[in-house]
Design a protein around this ligand. Structure first.
Ligand code: SF4
Length: 906
């Protein structure tokens, strides 16, 4: 509510009870203040925002006052300005004079105020009182100079209130007072995860990026706004460059991240300038790569693909598109496969992460995407996070979840591992890996039995309830506790918390989807949302967190074997005709092969040629020994990438591509938001953007409709051919809208299924529990799960070329419980051999309480200890997603193994 306030004798309107300093600034009063930041709670520490309030006998800090009706305040009197100048002198006396050489120069709030108040440092009123013994600390990613610190508390509050961590505090007294990370006071010994939020909030140069040291001051750097190309959160970033090199990255206030970043977004982009970048096309001759011209490489590819297509038919050729490439490039890639090679054998890594989400949510709701928006989580009353290690895989989303909990939301974490989010949770349902359906059926059983269902929602907006409830009946708490290992009391509490909260959200990821029952798991979550009426409204919904930066866009733009762009089925005659006419090419109406199916066919000799753009299946796909065999069986393999990846080494031709920071385009993030990416750096000479490469190849193969002048032209064709993207024209891309956006006057869709589901009514599906395909036995007694960690990303092609990320974790490891380590006589850090029916690897053991006894976890990023040599490629029958999350394994102490071998030899 707006109320009347008098400021320096002038009446103004302000929001009642709002922060006075914020309101003053919003009304145009440039009130100074160093400790205040509108995203943080007020401190009232620097005392620069002092005001004189009628009725008060003393000056007060505006940042700690709330607006009251008819408040009468004085802000810019001579006395107040003089006091401010005095305070500023005092602050400067704590700020070491060597700050004259400072990365923050020109970007320093204290420096700006010193100029504004014309502080004359040659006539210092106060002696310098900084602690001369407090030396600069050089951390893994940041520099901390305590002598420049003005004790404003902004870094401490940013860590706690924005990121939801509590790494920093203040310690000591007097001139020794200083920011204190962790228990020992050093960043590298603390639990700091390198997000760099403290740097972003530091108003002076006390906290700066280590890599930026001495390389340029902010005002001399070029600044480009774009999108982080790591994960599906799609954080907006500002990249500061000089001489075609990245100096630093800051979070930009985008709708999905509100200025926040994780370590990968802030420090993980060093890969782009890595010395190992490919800069020349390579053709394998007599088993060795030889540098060739673009023309020779493209001619070789065109000849080979035409020869194989004509000799064996289009189904002998396949293509893997990429969630690391832009929407435009994915559109052009699937068009190349369909129009030029006449096959629907096109897929990409979404098959391995959320194929079951698309299948399950499409069946239940009619659309396979995240139902709601990321920041709606802030207003949820209960959040169920399951199968998502959110703090590591989608770190910025985790910060919003932790913020919601701080605001009073309940958090239920259902996860076989004790992930970090458990520490913020009210309940941890630590179920046995692979028992998800039983767990959710058990919770729904209790919701039903306790009359906590949303009867009106079920009656008006759903169908299939009766059949569904018949199955639920048998999932009694006792039975579910036996299957899942989760106590009955916890089941009761979870059911009550979720069903009684006014707005409950479900957040999930690959812990749910990567199972041979992945589609069932997703359907189960959809049932839970329908049963409690938690879908089709803000801050509710079923929210799959997509993995890679543009995995949502790659799916949307048809890099899937059964659909054209916009999820239009290839089997629909009218759709097929529409695309055939536009593309002027005959098209196949037969759905193509999925990723794993392509490799199986290749091993059998039925798939002869594969074109891989920006993927590294030898590390990312299950059962990698089989993938290797498949790659070796191919007659012809093309890989288009930034680096000579593990997969590229098997290629006949390798083409040097460009990264997202080197070209224009758009990415679609996990919440269906289309965001432009901008060229930050000039690409290395000799490289080309993926869309241009495909256009040139199309021309070589006699097809001219793949040739575009710019990504804008491609996007106009996307608008025309993709109804859900139709209204997001190049002119409207800056609005960062969310699909569906069917027309140029549509505002986009923050949450789906508002009044009606995309399929009409929401469909309940009865789902029974089916155990994982492979369970522990005497030979393979442990349950292996795999996944990602915070510091690396997918196959490590980018993240492992970033020294800042490697400074935190540079090698693979296996989490094992203390109990199992003891029984195997393994000590922490000891290398062990892990084997499954498909392969074996050697890896260091890390003793951890995150895994249950009998279970182990291995991150899959590391080619020296490739977790996917072990994983099971059995498929979910509906979505064809492999069971990457469950495999039976055995663990052997290396010493013991060597002993055995010795004995055998004797
Ligand atoms: Fe980049 Fe994802 Fe981190 Fe955001 S959360 S900075 S998009 S890796």
């Amino acid at each position: 509510m707006l109320v009347d306030v008098i400021v320096d004798g002038t009446p103004v309107k302000m929001h009642k009870n709002a922060n006075l300093l914020s309101e003053l600034r919003a009304c145009g009063y440039d009130v100074p203040g160093l400790c205040y930041h509108e995203k943080l709670s007020p401190t009232g520490g620097c005392r620069l925002c002092i005001v004189a309030r009628e009725g008060s006998s003393t000056v007060e800090t505006a940042c700690t006052l709330e607006v009251e009706e008819n408040m009468n305040i004085c802000v810019f009197s001579e006395d107040l300005e003089s006091l401010r100048k005095e305070v500023l002198q005092l602050i400067l006396s704590e700020h070491a004079p060597h700050c004259m050489v400072c990365e923050a120069s020109g970007d320093c709030e204290l420096e700006a105020l010193a100029y504004r108040y014309q502080i004359d440092l040659s006539h210092e009123l106060y002696p310098h009182i900084y602690d001369p013994a407090a030396l600069q600390e050089v951390g893994r990613v940041l520099l901390f100079d305590p002598q420049k610190c003005i004790k404003c508390y902004r870094c401490i509050k940013a860590c706690k209130e924005i990121q939801g961590d509590h790494v920093l505090d203040m310690a000591n007294r007097g001139i020794s007072l200083r920011v204190w990370p962790g228990a020992t006071g050093t960043w590298d010994d603390s639990s700091c995860n390198g997000c760099g939020e403290c740097i972003q909030f530091c108003p002076v140069g006390a906290l700066t990026e280590k890599e930026a040291r001495g390389r340029g001051r902010t005002w001399e750097l070029k600044k480009t706004q774009t999108v982080c190309d790591y994960c599906g959160v799609g954080c907006q970033i500002e990249v500061f460059t000089k001489d075609n090199s990245i100096i630093k990255v800051r979070g930009f206030d985008g709708p999905s991240n509100r200025g926040r970043l994780c370590i990968k977004g802030r420090f993980g982009h060093q890969y782009i300038s890595h010395a190992q970048r490919l800069t020349t096309p390579l053709v394998k001759k007599q088993g060795k790569f030889v540098e060739v011209s673009w023309d020779e490489a493209l001619t070789r590819i065109a000849d080979a693909l035409v020869q194989i297509r004509d000799a064996y038919g289009p189904s002998a050729v396949g293509g893997l598109s990429s969630a690391r490439c832009s929407n435009e490039e994915n559109y052009v890639f699937q068009k190349f496969m369909r129009a030029v090679l006449q096959t629907n054998n096109v897929d990409h890594c979404a098959r391995l992460c959320h194929a079951s989400t698309v299948a399950g949510l499409s069946q239940a709701f009619g659309s396979g995407a995240m139902t709601n928006s990321i920041t709606e989580l802030l207003d949820s009353d209960c959040i169920l996070v399951t199968g998502s290690n959110t703090t590591e895989t989608h770190p910025v989303i985790a910060t919003f979840i932790k913020n919601a909990v701080k605001n009073g939301a309940s958090l239920i974490v259902a996860d076989p591992r004790k992930i970090d989010l458990v520490h913020a949770a009210h309940l941890h349902l630590q179920h046995i890996n692979g028992t998800d359906v039983a767990l959710f059926n058990g919770i729904m059983h209790l919701i039903y039995k306790n009359n906590l269902t949303d009867e009106a929602f079920i009656a008006e907006r759903t169908q299939g309830f009766e059949n569904f409830i018949e199955v639920i009946e048998s999932y009694t708490p006792r039975r579910v506790a036996e299957i899942t290992g989760v106590g009955e009391d916890l089941l009761h509490r979870a059911a009550h918390l979720f069903a009684t909260a006014p707005r409950s959200s479900i957040v999930f990821a690959m812990g749910i989807t990567q199972h041979s029952t992945g589609t069932d798991n997703v359907l189960s979550l959809a049932n839970l949302a329908l049963l409690t009426g938690n879908v089709g409204a803000p801050s509710t919904g079923v929210n799959p967190l997509r993995g890679q930066g543009n995995v949502q866009g790659a799916c949307d733009l048809g890099a899937l074997p059964n659909v054209f762009p916009g999820y239009q089925p290839v089997t629909d005659e009218s759709v097929l005709l529409h695309f055939a006419e536009k593309w002027n090419a005959p098209l196949s109406d037969e759905p193509g092969l999925t990723v794993v199916e392509m490799f199986r066919k290749a091993t059998r000799g039925d798939l002869k040629a594969l074109y891989i753009m920006g993927e590294n299946p030898l590390i990312s796909d299950p059962n990698s020994n089989e993938v290797r065999a498949a790659l070796e069986s191919l007659e012809f393999l093309v890989v288009q990438d930034l680096f000579l990846t593990e997969t590229a080494q098997y290629a006949d031709v390798v083409l040097p591509a460009q990264g997202s920071l080197e070209k224009e385009g758009t990415y679609t993030n996990t919440e269906r938001r289309i965001q432009p990416t901008r060229k930050v750096l000039d690409p290395p000479s000799g490289t080309k953007p993926d869309w241009e490469i495909l256009g040139l190849l199309g021309e070589k193969m006699g097809y001219s409709r793949l040739t575009y002048d710019s990504v804008t032209d491609i996007f106009r064709e996307i608008n025309e051919m993709t109804p859900i993207y139709r209204g997001i024209t190049p002119e409207r891309q800056h609005l960062l809208l969310q699909w569906p956006c069917p027309s140029p006057d549509h505002p986009g869709t923050p949450y789906l299924h508002k009044e009606t589901f995309s399929r009409g009514k929401g469909l309940f599906t009865p789902v029974d529990f089916i155990p994982p395909a492979e369970l522990p036995d005497n030979t393979y007694p442990y349950l292996l799960s795999t996944g990602r960690i915070l510091y690396h990303y997918h196959t490590g092609t980018m993240s492992r070329k970033s020294p800042s990320l490697n400074a935190f974790v540079s090698q693979g490891y296996m989490e094992i419980s203390a109990e199992d380590a003891r029984s195997l006589h393994i000590v922490d850090g000891e290398p062990v051999q892990v084997s499954t029916r498909r392969g074996k690897i050697t890896i260091a053991a890390r003793i951890s309480d995150r895994v249950l006894p009998g279970s182990v976890f291995i991150p899959f990023h590391f080619s020296e200890s490739p977790a996917n040599a072990l994983t099971n490629d059995v498929l979910d029958p509906v979505s064809k997603i492999p069971e990457l999350k469950v495999a039976a394994c055995t663990i052997e102490k290396i010493g013991k193994k060597e002993e055995k071998n010795e004995k055998k030899k004797k």
